[in-house]
Design a protein. Sequence first.
Length: 349
Amino acid sequence: MRLGLNLGYWGAGNDAANLELAREADRLGFSVVWAAEAYGSDAPTVLSWVAAQTTRIDVGSAILQIPARTPAMTAMTAATLDSLSGGRFRLGLGVSGPQVSEGWHGVRFDKPLGRTREYVDIVRSALRRDRLRYAGEHYVLPLPDGPGKALTLTVHPVRAEIPVYLASVGPRNVELTGEIADGWLGVFHSPEHSGESLAQLAKGRAKVGKTLDGFDVVPTVPLSVGDDWRACADAVRPYAALYVGGMGSREKNFYNDLAVRMGFAEEAALVQDRYLARDHAGAIVAVPTDFVDATSLLGPRERLAEKMVAYAESGVTTLTLLPMLQDLAHGVAALRTATEALELSGVGS
């Protein structure tokens, strides 16, 4: 198992700290650093900046939003980032959610499975530098009733194949990820509750005659280091409350649905009720400690090492850390402790 670093969203007032964390992860031998986007900073600009400030670590999008770009534009971006980084780019994609897709990008959130399948097909075709022609339900290239021409990508990526990751939560989406992607970007992943997700990934792989061998299982896991793991859990509660309670609508919140499938139905409902009522403090308090502990790395080095063994045994291949930052020094120390914990665990690669 390898370690990754998730910088989250840029522009939240901790940009200098995030850049230094990426440099520290590079020095520590982390495998990859990821950057996210929602409706603020965009991931490609951030990743270009991080790639210019590092030497060995891969840079990955977690995620590029499918409704935000045409598949051809995503192929152009991926090829450019791969070239600028010297072959260190990983392309993470996701459909986002209805509120962002329809409210921010003006793209209907319909048939996400079919749209994702076609999108990945076109991106890969473009990156292979095929003459781009496609006839699907959602995408037709060139348009059949105009002067459009089938074109070829003019940029040569450093690698013949840039790895494609999908961020997915629901069972059918996870199965599709196993079928068409090179890796899975998971969230709120718990070793104790990972069986369903891994089974869906394996089912998707089997559809194309493959196994999970060589497939990258990459959950993002909050990291909070300290002597008292329960106090460390308190640092993660606001993050969990935001996603379980406020990331989406009452009718469509993928993260809340995930918490329900993990056995926290009543607690997830309470967190959501309070968050949507703008009682954010109450929502944070309502996040169950057991949920935070199940989906995070909390406590001193030895406890982190035990949990890392559990993650590796559950099938995780790249454990991506999301440090709960107090300040830069605390974040750097947390990454160093996590590196020591991985060595202590004996499951590092």
